[in-house]
Design a protein around this ligand. Structure first.
Ligand code: NAD
Ligand code: UDP
Length: 311
């Protein structure tokens, strides 16, 4: 039985990953400080004898005997990561240093949740791993983008200096059950607004695009990557691309909602076109997203319906 540490375990991806790794027969240690994570996301695991939860801020060092580390702790929604940018940057940088130190002491494999945001407002389309990105180092998104880029630098230097077994997953927009109602990202906002009959808030002209991956497909990619011997960064996502305007109407149709779209200012440095090139993950990992957007979004709508009725 492997002992697997997940930092950010009470969050959206962390709680889904916990469920999956417990189902596969592992012992899971969840670590989180509930900055954006929800107690409700871990409640079902607390009585499981193969689960242990530790409330801890990853900015501070920690010591646990483990075989694998998934380092997911970091606010991920622009609303949350911009609320306290210094905390966000410190979480990425000190958080990865503490995870790398743990890997150095225990010999554990380490997988970092990096992000498509390392490509910034990309000038290459679709975005492939060899592209170095177009990030504004002084802008309001930099606490997140540059924090994640610095974390990648630290991982590669620790690997070169100490020979650690590290993985970097560049995750593109992922959605599904256990996203927080107040998360502020586009999928949760549009679905909850549509279900409540509130205005759908489109930022800018809505011509910017994102490509959406359902959570189970992302988990498959993360686990395949952890098992692999790849050390280079790997894009994980679904190339199924939507303009934000079209996505709003897609949600309105599926929810049969009477909500109207309203247009609000575009946040600064908001990337224009985002679509992952996943050919590297396909070839090297056999990664292939399976869940059609309609099926994934319908499940997510049902999840938010229950959350709105029983918050
Ligand atoms: P989330 O906000 O739901 O989860 C993040 C979790 O980390 C929360 O439970 C939060 O409480 C915890 N956390 C934050 N700072 C912490 C700290 N200092 N100490 C301990 N715990 C802390 O976000 P998510 O969507 O589940 O994202 C998980 C990871 O995946 C993040 O690192 C994020 O950058 C990355 N990622 C997510 C996406 C996506 O589309 N969901 C895309 C790219 C990258
Ligand atoms: N967005 C929007 N309305 C919302 C939330 C987000 O139009 O209520 C837009 C946002 O400006 C961006 C896209 O949707 O262009 C994706 O935003 P999100 O916060 O989900 O993730 P990002 O990829 O920007 O980190």
């Amino acid at each position: 039985m492997k002992r697997i540490l997940i930092t950010g375990a009470a969050g959206f991806i962390g709680s889904n990953l916990t469920k999956r790794l417990l189902e596969e027969g592992n012992f899971v240690i969840g670590l989180d400080n509930f900055y954006t994570g929800q107690k409700a996301n871990i409640e079902n695991f607390l009585n499981n004898e193969n689960y242990k939860f530790i409330e801890h801020n990853v900015i501070e060092p920690y010591e646990i005997k483990v075989d694998e580390i998934y380092n997911l702790a970091c606010p991920a929604s622009p609303v949350h990561y911009q609320k306290n940018p210094l905390f966000t940057f410190k979480t990425s940088v000190f958080g990865i240093i503490n995870a790398l130190e743990l890997s150095r002491k225990t010999g554990a494999r380490l997988l970092q949740a990096s992000t498509s945001e390392v490509y910034g407002d990309a000038k290459v389309y679709p975005q492939h791993e060899k592209y170095f990105g177009n990030v504004n180092p002084n802008g309001v998104r930099a606490c997140y983008d540059e924090g994640k880029r610095a974390a990648e630098t630290l991982i590669c230097d620790y690997r070169r200096v100490y020979g650690l077994n590290t993985k970097i997953a560049r995750i593109f927009n992922t959605y599904g059950e256990n996203m927080d109602i107040k998360d502020g990202r586009v999928v949760s906002n549009f679905i909850t607004q549509a279900l409540r009959g509130e205005n759908i808030t489109i930022y800018g002209d809505g011509n910017q695009s994102r490509s959406f991956c359902y959570i189970s497909d992302l988990l498959e990619g993360l686990i395949l990557l952890m098992k692999s011997d790849i050390t280079e960064p790997v894009n994980l996502g679904n190339p199924d691309e939507f303009k934000i305007n079209d996505f709003a109407h897609y949600i309105l149709n599926l929810t049969k909602s009477p909500s109207k779209c309203i247009y609000m200012p575009l946040p600064s440095d908001d990337p224009h076109k985002r679509k992952p090139d996943i050919s590297y993950a396909k070839t090297k990992l056999g990664f292939m997203p399976k869940v059609k957007i309609e099926d994934g979004v319908k499940k997510t709508i049902e999840y938010f319906r229950t959350r709105i009725e029983k918050p």
